[in-house]
Design a binder for this molecule. Structure first.
Ligand SMILES: [Zn+2]
Length: 320
C-alpha cells in the first residue's frame, strides 16, 4: 500500500490552469521551431542553386560536376524532417498507479486505494476512446533509448502490491483490449491470494512483473542487509520464479532517498517508479519516474483530467 503524502496529490484548479497554460505555451514554441526548421530546409536548395549560378559564372566546365555534388546534399538536408518515427520514440508517457481493483470493503481505512471493477472498466474504455494504447515500462524504456517505438498515445497501467483483484478484475478487462499491465509485485502477497500460477497467467497475457520488495518496508529506515534483501534478493527471486527480467523497481509507500536509489542501481535495475505525481518523460530521472495516482473517488471527469493534464503537461511536478 502506497500512502499518500500530505496534500501533494491534490491538484487545485489554479495549478491545473497554470499547467495547461504552460503546456499551450510549450506547444506554441514547438510549432514556431518546427516552422523555422521547415523554412531552413526549403531554403537549402535555393542556396545550392545560388552556388551553382556562381560556379556557372566562374567556369562552365565545372557545372556538371557541381550539379552532381549538390544533389545528394539536398537529399540529406530533408532526411531529418522526414523521420517522425524517431520523434515518436521519445514521447511522454503517463504511468497510472492503481492498488485494489474492487469495491472497497466496509471496514477499510483507505477506501481511495480501491477502484471498483465498474469504474476501472469505464476508465479503460475512456482511454481506448481517447486513442491511448497501454504498454509496458520495458517498452517505454527501450523506445526512450532509441530501441523500438511507441504507439501514438502510450500509457502504462501499473498495479501495486500484488492484490488478487489484479488477476480477477484488471487482467480480463485489459486482455479484452489486448493491453498489458505492469504488476509491482510484493512477494509476500503471493503467499496469500495472488499465487504464482496466477502471476504466470498474467505474464502469458503480456503483463510485466516488476519488484516491490518482500514485505513493503519504508526503505529509508532499514539497515543495509535488509535493503539488499528487499531489493536485490527480491529481484533474484522474481527472476527465478517467473523467468522474467524484472528490470524495474517500485518504492514501497513511495519512500526513497539517494542511498535507496544506489541500492536499486546496484541490484541492476534499469529504473524505478515513485508516488511523485506527474507524467514520465524521456528526461525524467530513470530511478525517480513519476506516476499519476488513480483514486477510488475519481469520477470519470476527474480521471480524464488527471490523464489529460499528464499528457499535455510533460515534466510538471504538480503539487510538489
Ligand atoms: Zn505498495
Amino acid at each position: 500500500v502506497s500512502t499518500p503524502r500530505g496534500d501533494r496529490l491534490t491538484r487545485t484548479a489554479q495549478q491545473r490552469a497554470e499547467a495547461r497554460a504552460a503546456a499551450l505555451e510549450r506547444a506554441h514554441r514547438q510549432r514556431v521551431l518546427a516552422i523555422v526548421g521547415v523554412v531552413a530546409v526549403l531554403l537549402l536548395p535555393v542556396a545550392a542553386v545560388g552556388l551553382l549560378s556562381l560556379d556557372d559564372k566562374k567556369d562552365k566546365s565545372q557545372k556538371i560536376h557541381t550539379t552532381a555534388k549538390s544533389t545528394p546534399a539536398k537529399g540529406s538536408a530533408t532526411t531529418p524532417a522526414a523521420n517522425p518515427a524517431g520523434a515518436q520514440s521519445r514521447t511522454d508517457v503517463p504511468i497510472l498507479m492503481y492498488h485494489v481493483i474492487n469495491a472497497p470493503k466496509a471496514d477499510t481505512s483507505l477506501p481511495d486505494l480501491w477502484v471498483s471493477r465498474e469504474n476501472f472498466q469505464a476508465q479503460v474504455d475512456e482511454l481506448k476512446r481517447e486513442g491511448y494504447e497501454a504498454v509496458t515500462l520495458q517498452r517505454v524504456y527501450d523506445a526512450w533509448k532509441g530501441k523500438g517505438s511507441l504507439p501514438k498515445k502510450p500509457i502504462v497501467l501499473s498495479f501495486d502490491d500484488g492484490y488478487n483483484s489484479h488477476f480477477t478484475n484488471a487482467l480480463p478487462i485489459l486482455k479484452a483490449k489486448g493491453w498489458p499491465g505492469v504488476e509491482n509485485l510484493q512477494i509476500n502477497q503471493t503467499q496469500k491470494d495472488l499465487t504464482p500460477d496466477k502471476v504466470k497467467t498474467m505474464i502469458a497475457a503480456g503483463w510485466e512483473v516488476d519488484v516491490h520488495t518482500y514485505s513493503h518496508p519504508d526503505l529509508t529506515t532499514v539497515d543495509d542487509s535488509a535493503l539488499k534483501h528487499e531489493i536485490a534478493d527480491a529481484r533474484a527471486e522474481i527472476q527465478q520464479t517467473y523467468g522474467v527480467k524484472a528490470n524495474f523497481f517500485c518504492y514501497p509507500a513511495g519512500k526513497y532517498n539517494t542511498h535507496v536509489i544506489d541500492a536499486v542501481k546496484a541490484a541492476g535495475f534499469l529504473g524505478a517508479t515513485t508516488t511523485v505525481d506527474g507524467v514520465a518523460t524521456p528526461d525524467s530521472a530513470p530511478f525517480e519516474l513519476p506516476r499519476i495516482r488513480i483514486n477510488g473517488s475519481d469520477g470519470v471527469q476527474a480521471f480524464k483530467d488527471k490523464v489529460a493534464v499528464g499528457s499535455t503537461n510533460p515534466g510538471a511536478s504538480v503539487g510538489e
